[in-house]
Design a protein around this ligand. Structure first.
Ligand code: ADP
Ligand code: MG
Length: 254
């Protein structure tokens, strides 16, 4: 079943076509998005998550044309993401950062918060329980740290919290931008296991992962798509694509 499709997706920054005519599809699977530095991988995720608007082309999510929708609308339709650089609020606690992931789904209005506080409290309580469930599944140790400020949390746990925040709202599609960047070899293995767990617990989630570590790509993706200078140059199983002449040249050239 198709979850997301892009058709000839293109964005120009001045004279530069950062993403150039990309046809992409993902079903119930983990797709790796690979390519040399500057090949347009992050820009592609920025287009799919509504941060950038395409110059031309289409984005179809669960049969609906979402081209031109902004990040809030896209989030509420079921596409969540993490960023290449840490976007947690450092001065907030683990649980407060997690609650931000549910903010767009909260139904309580400011009026109810003042005049129907019980309703508001019940909703927050349910949200906190949901955050605990996700944290517990991901890494039970994190619950013990949930009132600690992010500044005291090591990098790997910050990554876990970012992913947990993205999935707490039960998205249909998760976009991960270099989740293992900066982690050591052992932490990278833990991160691969954690990402695998997301789909074990919830088969109804598709994942696009950008990753520069090819051993990670080989282990966790069902399929890869290769970008070079904004264009899709190959797709298929990693074992096949990694033998492709054009792909090898793109990497060596980069
Ligand atoms: N907002 C922007 N304005 C101008 N150029 C940009 C912008 N975002 C990305 N680019 C350019 O688009 C190209 C692709 O960048 P990016 O998608 O970040 O690459 P990757 O994630 O594959 O390393 C690069 O040349 C980059 O400099
Ligand atoms: Mg990038």
């Amino acid at each position: 079943m198709e979850v997301l499709r892009t058709e000839a997706l293109t964005i120009n920054f001045g004279g530069l076509k950062a993403v150039d005519g990309v046809d992409f599809t993902i079903g119930d699977e983990i797709v790796g998005l690979i390519g040399p530095n500057g090949s347009g991988k992050t820009t592609f995720l920025n287009l799919v998550s509504g941060i950038y608007q395409p110059t031309s082309g289409k984005i179809i999510f669960q049969q609906e044309d979402i081209t031109g929708a902004g990040p809030d609308i896209i989030r509420s339709k079921g596409i969540a993401r993490t960023f290449q650089t840490n976007r947690l609020c450092l001065n907030l606690s683990v649980i407060d950062n997690m609650l931000l992931g549910l903010y767009s789904q909260q139904k309580t209005t400011w009026w109810q918060a003042i005049f129907q506080p019980a309703y508001c409290r019940a909703e927050i309580k349910a949200s906190i329980e949901k955050c605990f469930q996700v944290l517990a599944h991901f890494n039970a140790e994190l619950i013990k740290k949930c009132y600690d400020p992010i500044t005291t949390i090591p990098l790997i746990d910050r990554r876990r919290i970012e992913i947990a925040r993205a999935i707490v709202g039960e998205p249909r599609l998760l976009l991960l931008d270099e989740p293992t960047a900066g982690l050591n070899a052992e932490e990278t293995i833990q991160m691969i296991r954690d990402i695998g767990k997301i789909r074990e617990s919830n088969r109804q989630i598709s994942i696009i992962i950008i990753e520069h570590d090819m051993s990670v790509i080989a282990r966790i993706t069902d399929r890869v798509v290769v970008l070079n200078a904004g264009k899709k140059i190959a797709e298929g199983l990693f074992s096949e694509v990694s033998k492709d002449e054009q792909v090898r040249t793109a990497y060596l050239g980069g």
